[in-house]
Design a protein around this ligand. Structure first.
Ligand SMILES: [Zn+2]
Ligand SMILES: [Zn+2]
Length: 313
């Protein structure tokens, strides 16, 4: 199972990345064809992210989209997905799973400017996320955990096959937007990779919306995860500030999400982090490594795109 950062800017699109979207991929048997293939799941589809998805896969090949919640910064590009599937290259394809909290289809209609007569049945199989109830997308098993946010929201635990050994299962937890809470802690317990929001800094005192870095780091430590990718950092927050806060409460592997990164879940960042299009992974010898920016647990960076100094130990 691999995780690709399609978009990671917090609360909106930003100068270096679209808003939230994460592509989770794993190889598994297609029951229709009997052939093993890549399965593609998008977690959230924030503004600008559908276009960026093209950098990783042909969107025709999407199998499912799961919305952590219905804030626009996590789902507004559903209109692009819809146009692509109704009138674009995915026209005529079977509907894909679109899952989210109760009321997701109403929210899609709102964004799309459509009334209740629009059911999207030709393009989407809209499904409600329910806490603790498994959603199966090919070899990927998703279990939602309620989040603490300003609207109904979920974190999602995803289990899938290890890239190196398909008989072994690796795990990932995506917090979506949430403040620190027990249900998110339980969902994240023991995962190989925690993709956690750091929407706030210590300067933000409101509760029940986002975590600052200290709370995100404490979540990682209490859940005993193996590695942390910090995301949803707002574009006006220096990444170093967010990571320094996480470092107060988390001492394990840590990296800030950047658009284009790919992680092989279950491997150390040093062995898994790479940059590029799916199926066209650059060799280490092809990567330019900026002097002085190599962190303890990240051995390779892809030159200019990662030269912002956001990878830290
Ligand atoms: Zn958000
Ligand atoms: Zn939100």
């Amino acid at each position: 199972m691999e995780l690709r950062i399609v978009g990671c800017t917090g609360s909106m699109s930003g100068p270096h990345s679209s808003a939230s979207c994460y592509l989770v991929r794993a190889r598994g048997m297609d029951p229709v064809t009997g052939v093993v293939r890549w399965w593609n799941l998008a977690l959230d589809l924030g503004p600008g992210s559908f276009g960026q998805l093209w950098r990783h896969i042909d969107p025709v090949d999407l199998d499912a989209v799961v919305f952590s919640h219905c804030h626009a910064d996590h789902m507004a590009d559903v209109i692009s997905l819809h146009v692509h599937r109704r009138w674009g290259p995915a026209k005529g394809r079977a509907p894909i799973v679109v899952a989210g909290p109760a009321g997701t289809i109403d929210r899609i209609r709102d964004i799309d400017g459509c009334g209740p007569g629009e059911d999207y049945a030709g393009e989407f199989r809209v499904q409600e996320l329910i806490a603790g109830q498994n959603v199966q997308i090919g070899p990927l098993s998703l279990v939602p955990s309620p989040a603490w946010h300003s609207v109904p929201a979920f974190g999602v635990r995803i289990s899938g096959p290890d890239e190196a050994d398909p008989f072994r299962t690796v795990t990932l937890f995506y917090t979506g937007d949430t403040d620190e809470c027990d249900t998110i802690l339980e969902g994240a317990r023991g995962v190989d990779l925690l993709l956690t929001e750091v929407g706030f800094t210590r300067a933000d005192t409101a509760r029940g919306i986002h975590m600052d870095g200290e709370r995100a780091g404490r979540l990682a430590t209490r859940a005993e995860v193996s590695a942390v990718v910090a995301t949803h950092i707002q574009p006006w927050t220096p990444v170093e500030v967010a990571l320094e806060e996480v470092r107060r409460t988390w001492s394990g592997p840590l990296v800030a999400a950047q658009a284009g990164q790919c992680f092989t879940v279950g491997r150390s960042f040093g062995r898994s982090l790479r940059h590029g299009r799916a199926g066209a992974t650059p060799q280490l010898s092809e990567l330019r490594v900026p002097v002085g920016t190599i962190p303890r647990d990240v051995s390779a960076q892809a030159g200019d795109e990662l030269a912002g100094g956001v990878l830290v130990p």
